[in-house]
Ligand binder design. Structure first.
Ligand SMILES: Cc1cc2nc3c(=O)[nH]c(=O)nc-3n(C[C@H](O)[C@H](O)[C@H](O)COP(=O)(O)OP(=O)(O)OC[C@H]3O[C@@H](n4cnc5c(N)ncnc54)[C@H](O)[C@@H]3O)c2cc1C
Length: 393
């Protein structure tokens, strides 16, 4: 059995950030990374953005090898024994550890009973597959109008492909955007040539002779050469459960990113952490969180003992539109909308009990830190106090 001072399960962005965090504190300790994908850690955001605008694929790799970590790729950990401080992988090999990080991320939700070939878009292999299809001139059905569905639909349409979106909600990004913006965004996609069908959950996908037929209610089925689905992810918590750690929506960690077992940490998409700013637990599926939390988890594994007080941001590009968001931007909250130009440029404040819990900066740049400061303010705010608070544009 090999033993690492620091062992990381998962080969994603969080894993890479953690290895770098460890190295900030400990130049010599041995680091092992076990990753189920065949590839070394890479950035996922370009898979739906830059790579479709001709950024080179070479640019996505995070060069984790630089930090002198041993990468065990195409290999999954199947069990964790916290008492023995040992994990077992799917090749039957045991690896001991001094400190362990769960950076197992999430698995895309799937369509029930759908045939092989539907792409649940998450990995560089998914990108290569969809890119290959797009380069051959294929027509696509995109299922889901959230983050991934909206981005991949825009990317494919920008390649002049035929794209039909089937969206269960009554607009795009409906879990985040207020209803009028969400409906307007669907209209904007239509103007860009995407066929958007709202209020359409998928009942069944059939495949015949290399073509797909997607059925939704009593509508005529939609035919396509390829189906790409963006239905969100489920955090990969099985190992944590098996190891007896506390799991709710994700693996629960404390402010120093420790799980309920000593020497086991969790970070990134899989981790459920207490946000001191929001005063509640949250789980975040975004890049800034993966990078910042991953790095801090690594530092803490090496003894730094720091608190994760960061309020993560995220961003997205949708054709010519873009936004950055901070905090809890749930469409369930009361919103105060401050447009400089309606639906084109503005700021949306998300309130709960009079406190700003999140801010969406719609085509508005350079205001993320100001938004964080506003969210930290105790309030309460009246809507008119927020108008003009953060300058749009
Ligand atoms: C296409 C795409 C575009 C995105 N764009 C943006 C964006 O624009 N802005 C933004 O803020 N965020 C974006 N995100 C989200 C961001 O990329 C994620 O938050 C981030 O990748 C999470 O990293 P992670 O390492 O925690 O988890 P993951 O990326 O899920 O990585 C976890 C890794 O662990 C592996 N693994 C799981 N279980 C095991 C096991 N038992 N043994 C070994 N390995 C295991 C998995 O195979 C996977 O490779 C995007 C995500 C995707 C998929």
């Amino acid at each position: 059995m090999g033993r690492f001072d620091y062992l990381i399960i998962g080969g994603g962005m969080t894993a890479d950030a953690a290895a770098r965090g460890i190295r900030r504190e400990d130049a010599k300790g041995t680091i092992g990374i076990v990753g189920a994908e065949a590839h070394p850690p890479y950035n996922r955001p370009p898979l739906t953005k830059g790579l479709w605008k001709d950024e080179p694929l070479d640019g996505i790799w995070r060069k984790t090898q630089e930090v002198d970590a041993e990468l065990m790729l195409g290999c999954s950990v199947v069990s964790v024994d916290p008492k023995a401080k040992r994990v077992t992988d799917d090749r039957g090999t045991d690896h001991g550890y001094g400190a362990l990080l769960l950076a197992t991320g999430g698995t895309p939700r799937r369509l029930k009973d759908a045939p092989e070939g539907v792409v649940y878009f998450r990995t560089v292999d998914d990108y290569r597959k969809v890119r290959g299809l797009a380069d051959r001139g294929t027509g696509f059905v995109v299922v889901g109008g959230g983050f991934i569905g909206s981005e991949i639909a825009a990317a494919l349409r920008m390649q002049d492909r035929d794209v039909t979106m089937l969206v269960k909600e009554e607009g795009l990004g409906a879990r985040v955007f207020p209803p009028d913006l969400s409906r307007w965004l669907a209209e904007y996609y239509r103007e860009k040539g995407v066929t958007v069908r709202l209020g359409k959950g998928v009942d069944r996908v059939e495949s015949r002779d290399g073509k797909y037929r997607v059925r939704s209610g009593k509508d005529e089925p939609v035919s396509a050469d390829a189906v790409v689905a963006g239905l969100g992810i489920e955090p990969n918590v099985n190992l944590a459960r098996q190891a007896g750690l506390v799991v709710s929506d994700g693996v629960e960690v404390d402010q120093q990113l420790r799980t309920t077992s000593p020497e086991i940490y969790a970070a990134g998409d899989v981790a459920n952490f207490p946000s001191s700013v929001l005063g509640r637990r949250m789980r975040v599926e975004h890049e800034d969180n993966a990078n910042t939390m991953g790095e801090l988890a690594g530092r803490n594994m090496a003894g730094a003992g720091r608190r994760y007080d960061h309020l993560p941001m995220f961003y997205s590009d949708l054709f010519d539109l873009g936004y950055e968001a901070v905090g809890d931007v749930s469409a369930r909250h009361q919103t105060v909308v401050d447009w400089k130009e309606e639906f084109r440029e503005g700021v949306i404040y998300y309130l709960e009990a009079g406190r700003v819990r999140g801010v969406l900066l719609w085509n508005t740049w350079g205001q993320v830190d100001a938004a964080r400061a506003l969210i930290a303010e105790p309030g309460p705010f009246r809507p008119e106090q927020l108008e003009g608070r953060l300058p749009a544009g």
